[in-house]
Design a protein around this ligand. Structure first.
Ligand SMILES: [Fe+2]
Length: 147
């Protein structure tokens, strides 16, 4: 399964779209390794990247939500927390060193499902809410990545 960025995935907010493109691009590269049977060899790097980038991305969206009093903030944050906990679990598996091709496949499927379910619905809803707001680019403090 390959997941290419299409304009219909745009939520209409440039900073969010750019971050989604980065996430999709890394997932596609990961997918190519999987197809070559090399998923297990790169999953540690992919998890490390996601652990950092997903936090930056979610913090960006959540900052917009808080700045403008988004009414669905709690349920949206719950969805974010669910992916963070999935990545956290994988991080533990990677650290313990028993990560395999199965985990790599699971992660890849999870990411693609996430893009369809979360970006396609929750993020679009957020984008619609934000489209007429005076947004400024959110700058994320490096400290949140180290936590
Ligand atoms: Fe989101």
């Amino acid at each position: 399964m390959k997941f290419e960025w299409k304009d219909e995935f745009s939520v209409g907010i440039k900073q969010i779209d750019e971050q989604h493109k980065t996430l999709i691009s890394i997932s596609n590269k990961f997918h190519n390794f999987l197809l070559d049977g090399k998923g297990a060899s790169v999953i540690a790097d992919v998890v490390k990247f996601l652990d950092m980038y997903v936090k930056i991305h979610f913090k960006t969206e959540e900052t917009f939500m808080e700045q403008f009093g988004y009414p669905h903030t709690d349920e949206h944050k719950k969805e974010h927390a669910e992916l963070v906990s999935f990545v956290d679990k994988l991080k533990t598996i990677v650290i313990n060193g028993d990560v395999g091709q199965d985990d790599a496949i699971k992660l890849n499927i999870k990411l693609f499902q996430w893009y369809i379910n979360h970006i396609g619905t929750s993020d679009k809803k957020l984008g619609n809410f934000l489209h007429d707001k005076p947004l400024k680019v959110v700058v994320i403090d490096k400290e949140i990545i180290d936590k």
